[in-house]
Write a protein that binds this ligand. Structure first.
Ligand code: GRF
Length: 191
């Protein structure tokens, strides 16, 4: 049986596309049943519509608080039969309201070698720190900022005199390979 995935995203959606393509190429025994977004003016929505994947817009401002927003989201996820949640550039911290409904079922990809350089600017922070190596991390999500249990990491060396744009491109290329591969292993092991 194909695992029913929800992907949460806030931006361009290149990881969303990498995951959807891996599914289409039958490298991943899964199906994306929902894209969850927290904004409406983002390119990932177009990527979902092109693939006939339903989009759920969580308008946090329209709820009394974050807990109420997450409860509405959990209701939608459960109604859609979502079994596993993948964060792919989702720029919100999730709380135990959602996480307790999906224990060990929420996964994130981060563009740095955690625990180094957590947060919004993992690539830039590593670049500015002048380290010679950074990486990509796939990890379970807890209610901290990029602090959950690590599933898999790949190191990415930073070449001398490399510019930020080149590093970003190389890290994203690693992400697009790593996320579907790790998920395929997880899903297959669970079956
Ligand atoms: C990726 O670098 C991901 O690791 C980070 O946010 C970025 C999202 O990029 N959490 P995209 O929207 O998938 O292109």
């Amino acid at each position: 049986m194909n695992t029913k995935l929800a992907i949460f995203a806030s931006g361009t959606g290149t990881n969303f596309v990498a995951l959807a393509d891996a599914i289409a190429d039958q490298q991943l025994p899964a199906q994306v049943v929902l894209l969850v977004v927290d904004h409406l003016d983002i390119a990932v929505i177009d990527r979902a519509r092109e693939r006939q994947i339903p989009v759920f817009y969580l308008d946090y401002k329209s709820y009394a608080n974050k807990q109420a927003a997450e409860l509405a989201l959990v209701a939608e996820l459960q109604a859609t039969g979502v079994e596993l949640i993948l964060l792919a550039g989702y720029m919100r911290i999730l709380t135990t309201t959602l996480l307790s409904a999906y224990p060990n079922r929420v996964i994130n990809i981060h563009p740095a070698w955690l625990p180094n350089f957590p947060g919004r600017h993992g690539i830039l922070d590593a670049f500015n720190a002048g380290v010679t190596e950074t990486g990509v991390t796939v990890h379970y999500v807890d209610d901290g900022i990029d602090t959950g249990q690590i599933i898999k990491q790949v190191a990415v060396p930073i070449e001398p005199h490399e510019d930020l744009a080149t590093l970003e491109n190389r890290i994203h290329a690693v992400e697009h390979e790593l996320y579907p591969t790790v998920l395929a292993q997880l899903i297959t092991t669970e079956d």
